[in-house]
Design a protein. Structure first.
Length: 97
Protein backbone atom coordinates (compact mmCIF):
# COMPACT_ATOMS: atom_id res chain seq x y z
CA UNK A 1 0.00 0.00 0.00
CA UNK A 2 2.66 2.48 0.95
CA UNK A 3 4.46 1.98 -2.34
CA UNK A 4 1.27 2.57 -4.30
CA UNK A 5 0.47 5.70 -2.32
CA UNK A 6 3.97 7.05 -2.76
CA UNK A 7 3.99 6.23 -6.49
CA UNK A 8 0.73 8.12 -6.97
CA UNK A 9 2.10 11.04 -4.99
CA UNK A 10 -0.81 11.05 -2.57
CA UNK A 11 1.17 11.64 0.56
CA UNK A 12 3.83 10.31 2.83
CA UNK A 13 3.47 6.74 4.13
CA UNK A 14 3.53 6.24 7.88
CA UNK A 15 6.71 4.85 9.44
CA UNK A 16 6.59 1.11 10.10
CA UNK A 17 6.00 -0.03 13.67
CA UNK A 18 7.97 -2.79 15.42
CA UNK A 19 5.66 -5.60 14.28
CA UNK A 20 5.71 -4.49 10.64
CA UNK A 21 9.51 -4.39 10.68
CA UNK A 22 9.58 -7.87 12.26
CA UNK A 23 7.09 -9.17 9.71
CA UNK A 24 9.00 -7.62 6.81
CA UNK A 25 12.19 -9.34 7.96
CA UNK A 26 10.62 -12.77 8.52
CA UNK A 27 8.19 -12.86 5.58
CA UNK A 28 10.74 -13.87 2.90
CA UNK A 29 12.23 -16.47 5.27
CA UNK A 30 8.85 -18.14 5.87
CA UNK A 31 8.02 -18.05 2.15
CA UNK A 32 11.40 -19.62 1.28
CA UNK A 33 10.82 -22.39 3.82
CA UNK A 34 7.26 -23.00 2.60
CA UNK A 35 7.03 -22.58 -1.19
CA UNK A 36 3.50 -21.89 -2.40
CA UNK A 37 2.23 -20.79 1.01
CA UNK A 38 -0.54 -18.20 0.95
CA UNK A 39 0.08 -14.78 2.43
CA UNK A 40 -2.65 -15.17 5.04
CA UNK A 41 -0.95 -18.33 6.31
CA UNK A 42 2.37 -16.47 6.47
CA UNK A 43 0.67 -13.79 8.56
CA UNK A 44 -0.69 -16.40 10.98
CA UNK A 45 2.75 -17.98 11.40
CA UNK A 46 4.55 -14.67 11.90
CA UNK A 47 1.84 -13.42 14.27
CA UNK A 48 2.29 -16.52 16.42
CA UNK A 49 6.08 -16.08 16.33
CA UNK A 50 5.68 -12.44 17.42
CA UNK A 51 3.38 -13.32 20.33
CA UNK A 52 5.82 -15.99 21.54
CA UNK A 53 8.85 -13.70 21.21
CA UNK A 54 10.41 -12.81 24.58
CA UNK A 55 10.28 -9.15 25.62
CA UNK A 56 14.06 -8.89 25.31
CA UNK A 57 13.87 -9.82 21.63
CA UNK A 58 10.90 -7.51 21.05
CA UNK A 59 12.96 -4.69 22.52
CA UNK A 60 15.32 -4.94 19.51
CA UNK A 61 12.42 -4.42 17.10
CA UNK A 62 10.97 -1.60 19.21
CA UNK A 63 14.31 0.20 19.14
CA UNK A 64 14.54 -0.33 15.39
CA UNK A 65 11.02 1.09 14.96
CA UNK A 66 11.98 4.10 17.06
CA UNK A 67 15.00 4.70 14.80
CA UNK A 68 12.76 4.45 11.72
CA UNK A 69 10.33 6.91 13.31
CA UNK A 70 13.11 9.40 14.08
CA UNK A 71 14.45 9.13 10.53
CA UNK A 72 10.90 9.63 9.21
CA UNK A 73 10.58 12.78 11.33
CA UNK A 74 13.86 14.10 9.87
CA UNK A 75 12.84 13.25 6.31
CA UNK A 76 9.32 14.65 6.67
CA UNK A 77 9.26 17.52 9.20
CA UNK A 78 5.76 18.64 10.05
CA UNK A 79 4.24 15.29 9.01
CA UNK A 80 0.99 14.53 10.81
CA UNK A 81 -0.89 11.28 10.30
CA UNK A 82 -4.33 11.99 8.93
CA UNK A 83 -6.50 8.89 8.82
CA UNK A 84 -9.01 8.66 6.02
CA UNK A 85 -12.61 9.49 6.78
CA UNK A 86 -15.04 6.57 6.66
CA UNK A 87 -16.54 8.04 3.49
CA UNK A 88 -13.12 7.81 1.79
CA UNK A 89 -12.50 4.16 2.64
CA UNK A 90 -13.42 1.72 -0.10
CA UNK A 91 -15.12 -1.45 0.98
CA UNK A 92 -12.86 -4.50 0.86
CA UNK A 93 -15.76 -6.91 0.68
CA UNK A 94 -16.17 -8.85 -2.52
CA UNK A 95 -19.38 -8.53 -4.42
CA UNK A 96 -21.31 -11.78 -4.80
CA UNK A 97 -22.17 -12.48 -8.42
Amino acid sequence: RAARRKAKGKGVPRPQNCYLLYRGYHHPIIVAQNPGIHNNEVSVIIGKMWRELPEGAKKYWKEKAQAVKLQHEKDHPGYVYQPRKPSQIRSRTKKIK
